[in-house]
Design a protein around this ligand. Sequence first.
Ligand SMILES: NC(=O)c1ccc[n+]([C@@H]2O[C@H](COP(=O)([O-])OP(=O)(O)OC[C@H]3O[C@@H](n4cnc5c(N)ncnc54)[C@H](O)[C@@H]3O)[C@@H](O)[C@H]2O)c1
Length: 282
Amino acid sequence: MKNIGVVGAGTMGIGVSHLFAAGGFPVVLVDVDEATLERAARLIERNVRLYRMLDPASNAQPAEVLSRIELTTDLKRLADADFVVENVTEDWAVKGPLYVEMDRICPEHCVFGVNTSAIPITKVAGHAGRADRVIGTHFMNPAPIKPLVEVIRGYHTSDATIAGTRDVISRAGKDSVVVNDSPGFVTNRVAMMTVNEAICLLDEGVSTAADIDRLFVECFGHKMGPLATADLIGLDTVLYSLEVLQDHFRDQKFRPSQLLCKLVYAGHHGVKTGRGFFTYNI
Ligand SMILES: NC(=O)c1ccc[n+]([C@@H]2O[C@H](COP(=O)([O-])OP(=O)(O)OC[C@H]3O[C@@H](n4cnc5c(N)ncnc54)[C@H](O)[C@@H]3O)[C@@H](O)[C@H]2O)c1
């Protein structure tokens, strides 16, 4: 697999296209919004510089990485893609119809990597018309600096699709772990509950945002606390993911905290909007 398509140029699409372009792959990055694509180019340029400081062995150059990424609002530019990573909003009303369209445009051999936080891969595959070539590729944020990708085998995903996907991820410099399909997979079934419970603690006045996170960082050795993690993921995405988990398991244990709902409705989505549980310069 050589030609990479990335759909959705938000938090994840920016990182995934950066990762593959830095690995030498030609990338077509598609979003519905021109301004989002322009912002993506600016952030990729900044991030290549930033991550080079974190990894002195990296010699990626911003201009070189950007030169491998075609930015477009035209989904038909995926007509030559071998592997597409879809990173659009965690909302079935957005993702479902997109797969029908992608199936019409992309070559028959093309594999669809679903980058979702919680939606079952088998459900997506039911819409894509090529169920054996649909696979979960749960990249972590920020994708270029996280070493591991959670790969999800859907009900119909073929062994060849798993092998090809792991190979292309490996050629982009990342390792992968394969898990079976279940809403939220391994990582987010646990992580979303933890984040939600931390928000409930804040809402109940049990502790402050800073102290909740400090306890996880200094007592448990986590790199980030659950509230800063939620801000990094995007509070809208956390809310969508909890709703998906609650809906699929029909279990109230995933019921989103009222404070989370309030912040999302107020437009405080975390790092990407400059304010969530903490504030950020954007
Ligand atoms: N944020 C995270 O930490 C994280 C981690 C792993 C997986 N995910 C998953 O990745 C996906 C994307 O999350 P995100 O945080 O990047 O969301 P985001 O809201 O930052 O970005 C979504 C992007 O999709 C675009 N979009 C919407 N409909 C589209 C369409 N039909 N065609 C093309 N582009 C379209 C939007 O314009 C937006 O730029 C979600 O399913 C999410 O659950 C998120």
